[in-house]
Write a protein that binds this ligand. Structure first.
Ligand SMILES: [Zn+2]
Length: 112
């Protein structure tokens, strides 16, 4: 609510808005999107190669590699190509957040 919107609180606001808009489009994904948001906030997600990402699991012990949109988790393998497992959703949220901030620090520019 204050002008301090460039730190963690600002990121959480942005993340919540992303989750809300994605869940509005696909309500059946709401719970999984919220789990994905948890991963984005609390677990490391980092690139290994071009379009190859490592997403740390909910337990913080394991990790999954998402290679060109294909995840290696059992949920994804069970449902098949295109399945929105929480790691793919986490990666989607992570990249959307990065895109919003133009991969750099954006001082809180806000219209009132
Ligand atoms: Zn997965």
């Amino acid at each position: 609510m204050s002008a301090r919107n460039s730190g963690v609180a600002g990121s959480i606001d942005e993340l919540r808005l992303l989750v809300e808009s994605a869940a509005a489009r696909r309500p059946q994904l709401t719970t999984r999107l919220e789990k994905a948001a948890f991963l984005v906030l609390l677990r490391p997600i980092y690139p290994l190669d071009s379009d190859v990402w490592r997403v740390t699991a909910e337990d913080g012990l394991r990790f999954y590699t998402v290679r060109r949109g294909e995840c290696e988790c059992s949920d994804y393998l069970r449902h098949g190509p295109g399945h929105p497992c929480k790691h793919r959703l986490a990666l989607f949220l992570h990249r959307a957040l990065q895109a919003k901030r133009g991969c750099g620090k954006v001082a809180g520019v806000r219209k009132t």
